[in-house]
Design a protein around this ligand. Structure first.
Ligand code: BES
Ligand code: MN
Length: 445
């Protein structure tokens, strides 16, 4: 990667574009403006499009009839950086060591979409044009579920009409190992609040005669799974597609065994639904997770209190063909049926995203695989699904009718959403070359 490209990447990483924190609203917009300016400097037409939330950046080259239209999608917003004390340096003051850049957003998603910008910039500089009609869309709300992008897609169908969409916002199975993701899990969020007495009570004066909301919530949460690690909500698995034999076979040969998962996570051992391998559990099976919970006294020492309420934040990862709204209904019915009359249960429905799955050999899949081979020295791409979610991908299909090619550049140890998130400059280079190969292969397909 040349010095100017690296310097520009570091500039992009300096914006604390944290979409969920209202205090960073101005930083998010400044980041969007930087991206617009960069597109214009590359010779593309670019616009900052205001929305009800953070702005969308839209750019394109001069479109000509008779060529394929390709949309590249990315997100310039990032996750919060906390816990700050676990970072080796401030998260928005990027550091380069041994060719690896550390900063919040380095992989998710600034490094990955900026690599595509560099590919386009290189092609325009050398050839003066691209082999396809290009639309480049970079949003600022992916990490909060893309609430404004869906109406933006609906309002701009014409401007966004394309043959296929490509994005790099998923993982590689190993360094230097090209990876094509043909599936994403969806998700749906719920927040539970269990209320008992009107205020915290002395647990000696009242304990035993008044229900403890923390205990009631613990029992409700425990009822979500059975002994075999399956989700015990009636109907939860309705419509779940079986893992295909070819997938089992392909995944068992990947350099991503259970040893690597133990090493990456530091967990004492792996766990999950009986009858499935770890990769199958992550990529092809739905889950119920507690993302946060709280109740009662959290300070040092002991306090004999009977808390008045308890809460838990839940998300369910979904696979084809589960429907987020139906899953919410089923979980709510399950919890309500089990909630004792001695407490009140309030349930708030949260954001959702549908799962996504395509045949990796259909459509432009073969062209994408050729581009991956060309970029990574002829190595055969791994065909994988992802446990993570990029909800907008299913919306692209629903609203624009276009399939998405998920050509991830995130390494297993990139620490996205965690302290010391990092991205190797090598992948910036790979990504830029991949972009050029991809546009050529799609133009020729
Ligand atoms: N890029 C990630 C999703 C991802 C990570 C896919 C790793 C595959 C491998 C994305 O930015 C993300 O974190 N999405 C959120 C969803 C959102 C609605 C909060 C997720 O998966 O939790
Ligand atoms: Mn992302």
């Amino acid at each position: 990667m040349d010095d100017a490209a690296t310097a520009a990447f570091l500039e992009l990483l300096r914006f604390p574009s944290i979409s969920t924190e209202p205090a960073h609203r101005g930083d998010v917009e400044a980041c969007a403006r930087w991206v617009v300016a960069r597109f214009r400097a590359m010779g593309l037409e670019a616009e900052l499009c205001p929305t009800a939330g953070h702005p969308v950046v839209w750019a394109r080259n001069a479109h000509r009839p008779g060529r394929r239209t390709v949309m590249i999608y990315g997100h310039y917003d990032v996750q919060p950086a906390d816990p700050l004390e676990l970072w080796e340096h401030p998260p928005f003051e990027p550091r380069v060591r041994d060719g690896v850049v550390t900063a919040r957003g380095a992989t998710d998603n600034k490094g990955q979409f900026f690599a595509h910008m560099l590919g386009i910039e290189g092609a325009l500089r050398e050839r003066g044009e691209l082999p396809v009609n290009l639309i480049f869309l970079v949003e600022g709300e992916e990490e909060v579920g893309s609430p404004s992008l869906v109406p933006f897609l609906e309002a701009n169908r014409e401007r966004l009409r394309c043959d296929v969409i490509a994005l790099s916002d998923t993982g590689m199975v190993a360094r230097g190992h090209p990876t094509f993701s043909y599936g994403l899990r969806g998700l749906t969020a719920l927040e539970l609040r269990v209320t008992g007495p009107a205020t915290d009570l002395h647990s000696g004066i009242y304990g035993g005669a008044v229900a403890n909301p923390a205990m009631a919530l613990a029992r409700l949460l425990a009822s979500l799974h059975d002994e075999g690690g399956r989700v015990a909500v009636p109907g939860f698995y309705d419509g779940v597609r079986a893992v295909e034999p070819w997938e089992r076979e392909a995944w068992s040969g990947l350099p991503m065994g259970e040893g690597l998962l133990l090493e990456m996570t530091g967990a004492p051992r792996l766990d999950g639904e009986v009858g499935f391998t770890a990769l199958e559990r992550i990529w092809a099976r739905p889950t119920a997770e507690i993302n946060g919970m709280g109740s009662g006294y959290q300070g040092p020492g002991s306090k004999t209190v009977l808390p008045s309420h308890a809460f838990a934040k839940l998300t369910f990862r979904l696979v084809p063909d589960q429907e987020p709204a139906e899953i919410q209904d089923k979980v709510i019915a399950h919890l309500r049926a089990r909630c004792p009359a001695s407490v009140r249960l309030d349930i708030e429905r949260g954001h959702s995203g549908s799962p996504y799955l395509v045949d990796p050999r259909a459509g432009f899949g073969a062209a994408a695989c050729r581009a991956l081979r060309r970029t990574f020295g002829g190595k055969e791409p791994a065909l994988v699904r992802e446990g993570g979610s990029v909800p907008i991908v299913a919306d692209f299909k629903r609203i624009l009718g276009a399939d998405a090619l998920l050509l991830g550049l995130a390494l297993p140890d990139c620490r996205i959403h965690a302290p010391n998130e990092n991205f190797p400059l090598e992948n910036l280079e790979y990504g830029a070359r991949l972009n050029r190969a991809l546009l050529e292969e799609i133009a020729a397909a």
